[in-house]
Each structure stands twice: as C-alpha cells, then as structure tokens.
Design a protein around this ligand. Structure first.
Ligand SMILES: *[C@@H]1O[C@H](CO)[C@@H](O)[C@H](O)[C@H]1NC(C)=O
Ligand SMILES: *[C@@H]1O[C@H](CO)[C@@H](O)[C@H](O)[C@H]1NC(C)=O
Ligand SMILES: *[C@@H]1O[C@H](CO)[C@@H](O)[C@H](O)[C@H]1NC(C)=O
Ligand SMILES: *[C@@H]1O[C@H](CO)[C@@H](O)[C@H](O)[C@H]1NC(C)=O
Ligand SMILES: *[C@@H]1O[C@H](CO)[C@@H](O)[C@H](O)[C@H]1NC(C)=O
Ligand SMILES: *[C@@H]1O[C@H](CO)[C@@H](O)[C@H](O)[C@H]1NC(C)=O
Length: 432
C-alpha cells in the first residue's frame, strides 16, 4: 500500500514535466511564436496543500491565420500549476504516507490540522450541577449532585477526548435521604438509593414496622412434674406462669386449672395456660404435664428353684406378684403360701412384705409336699422354667390367680386389653 502511494506520486510529477516540453503547435515556427514572460502566481487555493497557477501568453507575429493561442501551442502550455501551502498547522507534521497530508497533534483534526477538537457542552445532570473548564480537547467537566442526592452511575470527572466526545458517561443523581422524613414507625430507618428500609424493633413488623407482631411472653412456665404419691390422691401446688406483653398491652389469660394447686388421683394430667393479646390476636401457651404415680417399691427378689410372676401392664400404678416352684421343690410352711400376693401399693412398700421365700425345701414325695403347702401341685411346674411351654403355662396360671377371689381382679377388669398372658412377666430364679 505504501509503495503504491509512492509510485503514484512519482508518476504525477513525471506527467507535469512531460507536459511542459511537448505540445507545441505545428504552426509555431510559421507564426513566429514566442512565449511572453509568466505572469505572477495566483493565490493558493487552500490554506494547506493547495495549488496555485500562473499563466503566460504567446507573442504572435501578425501573419495571416496566426491570431489564436492554439496556433502556437495547446492551451495547457499557457498554465503552470504548483503545490502551495505545504504546511500542517497546530503542530501537525507532514505525512506523505497517510491518506491525509498531515498527521495532527491530539486535539486537532482536518487535513491541515486546523480543526480544533470540541466536545460541545457536557450533558446536563438532573438534581446536580456541572462545571467545565473548556469544551475543547483536554477540557475537564466536573459533576456533583445536589444535597441529599447521591451519584449512582456515571463519572464525576470527564475529559474532552480527541474523538470529540467526553470520556465516561453522564452521572445520575438519586435521592438517598428518605429517612429524613422518619418513615419507620417502630424501627430504624436505613437509607437506600431512591428508597429506604425499616429494620423493625423486636416484636414489630410490616413495611414501616407499623404491625405489632409481638406475642405474649411467658415467664416461669413449669417443666413437667412427676409425683410419687403415698396415698390414692396427692395435692400438688405449683407456680402459675406469668405472661406479659413487652409492648404493654393487656392480655387475656385462661387455664384449665383455676387455682395453681389440685388434688390429683394417680394418672397423667396436663396443666395449660394460654395468654391471648386482644390487640393483635396472638397467643402464647404454657403447658406442662403432671404425672402422679404410687411411690414405687424396691425390686422384689426372685425365688431360688422357682419363678416370680408379676403384672407387666400398669406396673407403675401397682405391682402384683406371686411365687411358683419347680417340681420337687416347695416353700417352707409359715405365714406365706403359694396364694400370697405381694402387692406394691401407694405407700412404696410391699404387702405382704418381701422378700419372697425361696423354693428351698427339696421334696421326696407328694405327701411330704402337702405337709408344707397344700397347693403344691397347682403352683409347681414340671420342666425348665426358661422353656416356652412352661413360661406360657405360668402366665396362664398367673391370670387364673388374679381373677380368682381375693386376687385383685380389677387389674383385669379395668384393663381388659392389657390383661393377656403375654403381658405377664415371668422371672426364673437360680436352680441349686
Ligand atoms: C512582441 O514581440 C515584438 C518583437 O520581439 C515586441 O516588439 C513586442 O513588444 C511584443 N509584444 C508584446 C505584447 O509583448
Ligand atoms: C450516599 O452518600 C453518602 C456519602 O458518600 C453515604 O454515606 C451514603 O451511604 C450514601 N447513601 C446510599 C443510600 O448509598
Ligand atoms: C419466676 O419464679 C421465680 C422463682 O419462683 C421468682 O423469683 C420470680 O419472681 C418469678 N418471675 C416472675 C416474672 O414471676
Ligand atoms: C419417685 O420414686 C422413685 C423410686 O424411689 C425415685 O427414683 C424418684 O426420684 C421419685 N420421684 C420423686 C418425684 O420423688
Ligand atoms: C404431655 O404429655 C403428652 C402425652 O404424653 C405429650 O404429647 C406432650 O408432649 C407432653 N407435654 C409436655 C410439655 O411434655
Ligand atoms: C421328682 O421326684 C420324683 C420321685 O422322686 C421323680 O420321679 C421325678 O423325676 C422328680 N422330678 C424332677 C423334675 O426331678
């Protein structure tokens, strides 16, 4: 490309040279043509890299037919052109190698660098001000926002660039002090750009913290209570929970126990207190369980060479146990028999009192057995106490004893679903 430009230029020069020596008319000599002197040069037709021209005329001898310029030469021979004002302005430098003749300093444009770069008035900013040193190249425009407005986008300082534009973008000023009008009713206001946020105090909600979302607060809500009763009933006193509203509103409090004490039979109870805040309908509950049981007794021993049979259901309300012996062993004669029930009642002690007698009397014969305990045959078992067959037969034996007269049949009549053989607990004693 560069080489092509050079060639073109040389060709143009050569053409001018050729033109100045040729094209004399054939009648030049006959007409005795002579060139007059060149006139002065015309003004240059451009401030830079223009052309100027000078003319010359011919001095013709007045011969017949010799009265025209063309009798001496072609018309172009009467003109002489040359370049003029081959200068660049404003510090530009001549550049033969670019499309334009001048290579301009920054801030100047045009083929002769006479055009001064101007970016025009910088854009206006709403809710802010702008000042500028100059709109020419290198000029600086500074933006600022009015009081209570923050600059969000754009550049606070912009410079007029060589491409006739201001650098960066026009800033935007946005209102950022909504909190000045205290819009949050029960919270802290946080300024946001063109917006605000309310950080509500505890118990307040809503866009402006205008909603009371505080439920009643409970203090001293009792935990669950377990009571060992020594009688059929027990009086228990507790501390009522306290409720209050941090916002100071009245509360409605209801409870399923009108007084903070009650005489409880054995059983499970739930005390419930509910406080409701009529102003916003929110409520808070305090509930705790009260479990009343007879005082448990110490674990009974398991008879040697025998088995202990007890109820496995409702044992926390009362335990009913009896003894059986393996074949050829029996309990000694005395105040206890196979029909004695060991009952753990409310007092926390066994009646009859423990321990259970062991089956330590080894028998030689049935008649000898009857001497010790007449019910020996009913309450002895023939086989290993651990075997399923024996366990099942002992469980059934226990149920028969329970429902018989003097056998605490309420344990079955009150809880018929639980009074089944599988729920009888059989514990086998050591064999010696
Ligand atoms: C033409 O040439 C003659 C003789 O050389 C001269 O006397 C005359 O002044 C010239 N005319 C002009 C107009 O120059
Ligand atoms: C607004 O500008 C001030 C000063 O720079 C600043 O402290 C405040 O956080 C800005 N506000 C927002 C909402 O950005
Ligand atoms: C909570 O119970 C404690 C101990 O019984 C008592 O000192 C306190 O005053 C009670 N608090 C309230 C708010 O009733
Ligand atoms: C009830 O009695 C049992 C067994 O004696 C004991 O472990 C428990 O702590 C007692 N509970 C109360 C509340 O006294
Ligand atoms: C009270 O007992 C009931 C039934 O066993 C149970 O569902 C509830 O969670 C208990 N309440 C407490 C406060 O432990
Ligand atoms: C019990 O004694 C009788 C007669 O002495 C005997 O036949 C039987 O095998 C004994 N039973 C057991 C389980 O030892």
């Amino acid at each position: 490309m560069m080489i092509l430009k050079i060639l073109c230029f040389i060709t143009l020069l050569g053409l001018q040279v050729n033109l100045s020596v040729a094209d004399i008319a054939s009648t030049w000599v006959y007409c005795e043509c002579k060139w007059n002197d060149w006139e002065g040069w015309s003004d240059c037709n451009s401030d830079c890299f223009g052309e100027r021209v000078r003319y010359r005329s011919v001095n013709i001898t007045l011969k017949p037919t010799c009265d025209e310029f063309s009798d001496c030469a072609t018309y172009d021979e009467g003109q002489d052109w040359e370049g003029c004002n081959e200068v660049c302005y404003n510090g530009g430098t001549v550049s033969w190698l670019s499309f334009y003749p001048c290579y301009c300093e920054l801030g100047f444009h045009g083929s002769c660098c006479t055009e001064v770069v101007n970016c025009g008035t910088p854009d206006n900013v709403i809710d802010g001000t702008r000042v500028w040193t100059s709109t020419d190249y290198g000029g600086v425009a500074e933006y600022s926002c009015n009081t209570y407005y923050n600059m969000t986008t754009g550049d606070p300082v912009r410079t007029c660039q060589d491409d006739f534009t201001w650098s960066g973008t026009t800033p935007q000023c946005v209102f950022a002090y909504h909190c000045n009008s205290s819009p949050c009713i029960n919270g802290e206001c946080v300024n946001l750009l063109d917006d605000f946020r309310c950080d509500c105090y505890d118990g307040w909600g809503g866009q402006l913290c205008e909603n009371d979302i505080q439920p009643p607060v409970v203090v001293n809500c009792s935990s669950n209570i377990a009571i060992n009763a020594t009688k059929r009933t027990v009086r228990y006193d507790w501390t009522s929970p306290s409720f209050y509203d941090p916002h100071g509103n009245d509360l409605d409090i209801v409870s399923n126990y009108p007084t903070p004490f009650f005489v409880f039979p054995w059983g499970d109870y739930t005390a419930q207190y509910v406080a409701t805040k009529p102003s916003n309908g929110l409520s808070t509950e305090c509930a705790f369980n009260i479990s009343v049981r007879p005082t448990p007794c110490e674990e009974l021993n398991i008879p040697i060479n025998g088995a202990r049979l007890c109820n496995g259901w409702r044992a926390d309300y009362g335990q009913f146990c009896m003894v059986t012996c393996q074949q050829n062993y029996t309990i000694g004669a005395g105040d206890k028999s196979f029909q004695t029930m060991y009952v753990c009642g409310a007092s926390g002690t066994w009646i009859a009192t423990g321990p259970i007698p062991d089956c330590q009397v080894e028998l030689e014969s049935i008649s000898e057995a009857l001497h010790y305990q007449p019910e020996y045959e009913t309450y002895s078992f023939d086989g290993s106490c651990d075997s399923n067959v024996i366990v099942t037969s002992l469980q059934n034996l226990y149920l028969e004893r329970i429902v018989s007269p003097g056998g605490f049949r309420e344990l079955c009549t009150q809880f018929p679903d639980e009074c089944v053989p599988e729920n009888v607990v059989v514990k086998c004693g050591a064999t010696i």
